[in-house]
Design a protein around this ligand. Structure first.
Ligand SMILES: C[S@@+](CC[C@H](N)C(=O)[O-])C[C@H]1O[C@@H](n2cnc3c(N)ncnc32)[C@H](O)[C@@H]1O
Length: 701
C-alpha cells in the first residue's frame, strides 16, 4: 500500500504537465500500455490513489475505496462455493453457465479476480459510473464494461439479464452479481427527480411495505444509502434471472438494525442460502473485540478498509423453484486487527465459525441472539403496547446555533443580529443556517422583522437537565413536530423519552422524562429521540391519558387493583401515572439494562408488566421519585458542589452535568445544585431498584 502511495504521488507529479481534465485518461493510457511500475493486479488500487489526489471530491462523492485483495478473493470464493451447492449444481464460478457482473466495478479488482478464478471474458461484465475507471477495468480484465449508472433505470440490468438468458440456450445460465458497491449515506442517486420517485427508489420502497414506522418523516433515510440501492438492484437482477448468486461487501448496519427489517424480510423471500460474515470495525460505534475473545485477540477491532463504517460480506443464492429445499441462513463474525482479518479472509483454509440463525418475527435479525435472555425478552411487552398512540420524534431546528438559546435575552439578541446582517453568506456562515428547501433566508428575514416570533418563544429540552429556549416559529425552528408540541407546551404533562435502537457501542441508558417539547437529539447525538406523552389534549383543553386499555387491564389482572385516573393510592387503585412510573423505573434499573443490553439496542425497549401488587407498589414508588427528580421538582439540594462522580454521570452517552457547566460558565449555584441533587438522587434510587429489579428479571426467566 505504502509503495502504491509513493507511485501515485510520483504519477501525479508526472501528470502535472497534462491538461487537468485529461490527467485521469492519460493515467489509464499509461496503465493499459504497461508503462507503470506496478503489476496489473495493483492498477485498480493505484487508480483509486491517483483519483484521491486529482479529484478528492469525486472520489468521496462516488464512494471510491479500493477493496483489499484478500477481501476481493473472499467474495469471489464465496460466490464460487454457493454455485457449487447441490441445488445450483455448477462446478463453480468458472463453470460455463455462470455469467458474472460487478455493477460498480471501479478499476476492475473483482473482474480481475474472477478472471484468475477461471471466468472467461465472454462471461464477465462490469458497470461503472466513472468512464476512466470503466476503461481501465475493461482493458485489464477484457470484460465487457459499460460506463454508466445501473441505478438510473432498468436498461443496463435488463441488458445483462438478456445476455444471461442467451447463455441459457447453452443450458441453465446463472447470473452472479458481486463486488463492493459504494456506501454513502447521502446518496448521489436521489429518491426523487422532480416530483417523481426514481426507478431505484421505487424498488427500494419494497423494503418499506408493511413497515408503517418507516413511513414517518425521516425514518427511512438509511434505506437511501447507495449500498442498499445496489443490494436491491442485485436482488432485482437475480429475481429477473430466476436463479442466481449475489455476493457483496456492504455496510454491516442492515444485519440487525430495525430500519432494515423490511429489507431482511425481503431477502428471506428471494434467497434460499444466506451467508453473512460481519467484519465489524465500526469506528462510529467504537466497536471492540467482545470479552469472550479478548484472551486470543486483544481488544482492538479495526475496519478492513479505509472507511469508518463497519462492513460485512453477504453471500446469497436463489435456486430454481423445482430444487427449492429448506432455507439456510448462517452468520459469522470476524474480530480483531485489520491484519488478522485480512489474513483470515485471504486464506481459503482458514476456519471461520458459522452459526445457523433463524430470523424470527418481528425483527427478523440476521444475527444469533443469546437464546435464553432473548426468549425471556421476547415475552416482555413492546413499549408501544403500553401506549395508545405512536411516539413522536423531537423537533428539528435544522440550525441549533441560530434557533436554540440559553435564555430569551440571548434569543432576542441573536435574532436582532440576524436581522442586521445584510449578507446571506455571512449569516449562513455565522449560524450554520438551514440548507433545506423548506427554509429561505429572505423569507425568514421578512417574517422575523415583523416581531411576530416573540409571541412564540418557549422552552425546549435541549439535553437531559438542560432546558433552553427557542421561537416556535417555522422561520426559527423549522420542523416543529406538532404531534408532540401541541400536547406539552403550556400543558401539564409528563413525556417519556427514549430511542428506537442504538448505533454506538455505549451501554443502553437512553431514557428520560420531561414536561417540555424536545429536540431530535435531546437524548443522544446519533439516535433520534422519541417522545411518548402521557396525556393528549383536545382543542377544548380536555385531556386523555395515553396508557393503552390493554395495559390497564393487564395491570388490573396482575395486581387486583382498580384502574382510575392520575395517580392511585396503590392500595385500592392505580392510574396512568403509576403505569408511567413503573415503566420509567424498569428502564432505569441496572440489572434490567445489563441483562437485555444487546436486545435493547435493537429497537424500542420491551418492558415487563408487574407480577403482583407488591411489585407494582415498590417499583412504581421508585419510578415516581425518579420522575420527580428528572422534572426538576426536587426539594432537597446538596450544599457542596459537584464531585467527579456527578460530572461523570451519563445519560445517552453524554456527561450531562459536565456539558451543562461547559455551556454555562456562569451558571448560578442554585441551578447547579438542583442538578447535582437530581443526579445523586437518581443514583440512590437506582440502588434501591437493584434489589427490586433483580426480582423482576428473575421472575421473567
Ligand atoms: C467501493 S468502490 C469499489 C470499486 C472496485 N470494486 C474496487 O474494489 O476497487 C465503488 C465503485 O462504485 C462506483 N460507483 C459509484 N456510484 C455508482 C453508480 N451509481 N453506478 C455505477 N458505479 C458507481 C465508484 O466510481 C467506485 O468505482
Amino acid at each position: 500500500m505504502r509503495d502504491l502511495r509513493n507511485v501515485a504521488t510520483a504519477m501525479v507529479r508526472t501528470l502535472a504537465g497534462v491538461e487537468p481534465e485529461g490527467r485521469l485518461a492519460r493515467f489509464v493510457d499509461l496503465a493499459l500500455a504497461g508503462e507503470l511500475p506496478v503489476g496489473s493486479e495493483d492498477l485498480p488500487a493505484l487508480y483509486e490513489q491517483v483519483l484521491a489526489k486529482l479529484a478528492p471530491d469525486a472520489r468521496k462523492a462516488r464512494g471510491v475505496y479500493t477493496t483489499p485483495p484478500e477481501l476481493v478473493d473472499f467474495v469471489v470464493r464465496s460466490a464460487d462455493q454457493l454455485l457449487r451447492d447441490e441445488e445450483l449444481g455448477l462446478t463453480g464460478i468458472a463453470d460455463h453457465r455462470a455469467v458474472v457482473l460487478d455493477p460498480a466495478c471501479g478499476g476492475g479488482a473483482f473482474l480481475l479476480a474472477a478472471r484468475s478464478a477461471g471466468v472467461l471474458p465472454t462471461r464477465l461484465f462490469g458497470f461503472e459510473i466513472d468512464p476512466q475507471a470503466a476503461r481501465l477495468a475493461a482493458g485489464l480484465s477484457a470484460a465487457t464494461v459499460v460506463a454508466g449508472n445501473p441505478l438510473a433505470g432498468p436498461e443496463l440490468g435488463e441488458r445483462f439479464v438478456e445476455r444471461v438468458k442467451r447463455q441459457a440456450l447453452l443450458g441453465g445460465a446463472v447470473p452472479v452479481v458481486l463486488g463492493n458497491p459504494p456506501f454513502r449515506g447521502h446518496s448521489a442517486n436521489p429518491a426523487k427527480r422532480g416530483a417523481e420517485r426514481t426507478w431505484i427508489a421505487r424498488l427500494v420502497d419494497l423494503y418499506k411495505v408493511q413497515e408503517p414506522e418507516l413511513r414517518l418523516p425521516g425514518q427511512a433515510k438509511w434505506l437511501q444509502d447507495d449500498y442498499v440501492k445496489f443490494l436491491r438492484f442485485g436482488q432485482w437482477l437475480v429475481e429477473l434471472g430466476g436463479t442466481g448468486v449475489l455476493c457483496f461487501v456492504t455496510n454491516h448496519a442492515w444485519i440487525d438494525n430495525p430500519t432494515f427489517r423490511g429489507l431482511r424480510k425481503s431477502l428471506l423471500r428471494t434467497f434460499d442460502r444466506l451467508v453473512v460474515l460481519d467484519l465489524h470495525g465500526n469506528e462510529n460505534r467504537k466497536e471492540q473485540v467482545p470479552s469472550a475473545h479478548r484472551d486470543a485477540l486483544g481488544t482492538r477491532d479495526e475496519g478492513v478498509f479505509a472507511i469508518r463504517q463497519g462492513t460485512a460480506v453477504v453471500a446469497l443464492a436463489r435456486v430454481s423453484q423445482a430444487r427449492r429445499g429448506p432455507r439456510t441462513i448462517v452468520h459469522g463474525d470476524l474480530w480483531g486487527t485489520r491484519e488478522r482479518k485480512l489474513a483470515t479472509l485471504g486464506d481459503p483454509r482458514a476456519a471461520l465459525s458459522w452459526t445457523t440463525v433463524t430470523p424470527a418475527a418481528p425483527a427478523h435479525l440476521f444475527v444469533p441472539v443469546d437464546d435464553r435472555s432473548s426468549r425471556e425478552y421476547a415475552r416482555l411487552w413492546p413499549l408501544a403496547d403500553f401506549f395508545e398512540a405512536e411516539p413522536a420524534p423531537g423537533a428539528v431546528t435544522t440550525h441549533d446555533r441560530f434557533a436554540i438559546a440559553l435564555d430569551e435575552e440571548e434569543l432576542e439578541a441573536r435574532i436582532g443580529a440576524f436581522l442586521e446582517e445584510p449578507d446571506e453568506a455571512a449569516a449562513r456562515l455565522r449560524w450554520r443556517l438551514c440548507r433545506q428547501s423548506q427554509w429561505s433566508w429572505r423569507d425568514a428575514r421578512a417574517a422575523l422583522a415583523t416581531g411576530a416570533w416573540r409571541s412564540t418563544v418557549g422552552p425546549i429540552l435541549h439535553r437531559p437537565f438542560d432546558e433552553r429556549v427557542t421561537a416556535w416559529d417555522r422561520h426559527v425552528t423549522v420542523h416543529r413536530r406538532a404531534r408532540l408540541h401541541d400536547h406539552v407546551l403550556g400543558r401539564r404533562n409528563v413525556v417519556l423519552l427514549t430511542v428506537r435502537a442504538l448505533e454506538t457501542a455505549i451501554p443502553w441508558e437512553h431514557v428520560f422524562v420531561t414536561s417540555l417539547p424536545i429536540q431530535h437529539h435531546t437524548l443522544s447525538m446519533k439516535e433520534v429521540t422519541y417522545a411518548w406523552p402521557l396525556y393528549r389534549y383536545g382543542a377544548d383543553g380536555s385531556r386523555t391519558a395515553q396508557i393503552s386499555q390493554r395495559a390497564l387491564e393487564a395491570f388490573e389482572a396482575a395486581t387486583g387493583l382498580h384502574a382510575g385516573e392520575g395517580r392511585g393510592d396503590l392500595e385500592n387503585d392505580f392510574g396512568p401515572e403509576d403505569v408511567l412510573a413503573w415503566l420509567y423505573a424498569v428502564l432505569w434499573s441496572r440489572p434490567y439494562r445489563e441483562r437485555y443490553d444487546s436486545l435493547l439496542r435493537r429497537g424500542f425497549p420491551r418492558v415487563p408488566t408487574p407480577g403482583d401488587r407488591a411489585q407494582l407498589r415498590t417499583v412504581a414508588a421508585i419510578g415516581q421519585h425518579l420522575v420527580a427528580a428528572h422534572l426538576g421538582g426536587l426539594g432537597e439540594v446538596p450544599e457542596d458542589g459537584p464531585d467527579e462522580s456527578d460530572l461523570a454521570f451519563t445519560i445517552g452517552g453524554r456527561r450531562v452535568l459536565q456539558r451543562f457547566l461547559e455551556d454555562r460558565p456562569d451558571a448560578d449555584e442554585a441551578a447547579i445544585a438542583v442538578r447535582v441533587g437530581a443526579i445523586r438522587r437518581t443514583r440512590a434510587l437506582q440502588q434501591s431498584l437493584d434489589a427490586a429489579a433483580r426480582v423482576l428479571v428473575e421472575a421473567a426467566r
